[in-house]
Write a protein that binds this ligand. Sequence first.
Ligand code: PMP
Length: 288
Amino acid sequence: MSSLEVYINGSFYPKQEAKISVYDHGLLYGDGVFEGMRAYGGRIFRLQQHLDRLYESARAILLEIPMGSQDLADAVLETLRRNQLQDAYIRLVVTRGAGTLGLDPDRTSDPQIIIIADKISLYPDEYYQNGLEIVTASTIRNHPAALSPRIKSLNYLNNIMAKIEGKLAGCAEALMLNHKGEVAECTGDNIFIVRRGRLLTPPIDAGILEGITRNAVIELASSEGISVQELSFTRHDIFVAEECFLTGSAAEVIPVIKLDRRPIGNGQVGPITKQLIQAFHGLVRSEA
Ligand code: PMP
């Protein structure tokens, strides 16, 4: 198979030759923004929503993306086509650009627009069938007054610290609480529980990323006749919940069967989770 080609600022480079400056503030300071999306059958699921979120993240850090949304959409689709990918994961990155050493973003030039289209397998199939075990990280999610979790920035150390805790405890994901001790989200996924037959997920002001998969699942639940509410909750509510699952572009919808070694519900993947996983697969295929 020929090597993957990566888009950088309007040109395509073989994977091994796709490089940017070591003076780029994206590398030096995590100064930049990104999106992770999936393509199904050659079409990108909710591309416009991903682009809207990217431009909002960029605006929040006063980074001007040197390309309009339509041109960027075309570049993403072209990257997919060039790599002859139908079902893929796409990583779109915009860095602050190369500059002098020192934080000042005004002393940089040429933000780099990078698009990688590749395969991703976040979790083994077994977890989708039998569910995932997660633990609560003691690293809390970024305080919204420090760095808003709504910004999908290149600075993911907050989540990486929690991910490390999860891995050291033998789990592939970790639950993050917010500064008030409420459930926020996992390191790269949003969280839902089923409690007394209703679907609950933390609201945006719990300090989370407004996940595009999360929003799709909220819509799906409504159309499937499942009551759904955005409501703050604590670990207690997960311990007494019937079901739990996570959502994300890379993870899609994945069941969770244990938190902190305690079974959730009967410790098996629940019926509402199964129904929503199936509905989600139907949705992504229908939009493709
Ligand atoms: N929360 C965090 C912290 C994330 O990084 C992500 C994306 N990987 C999500 C939630 C899920 O968002 P989306 O459904 O838009 O991929």
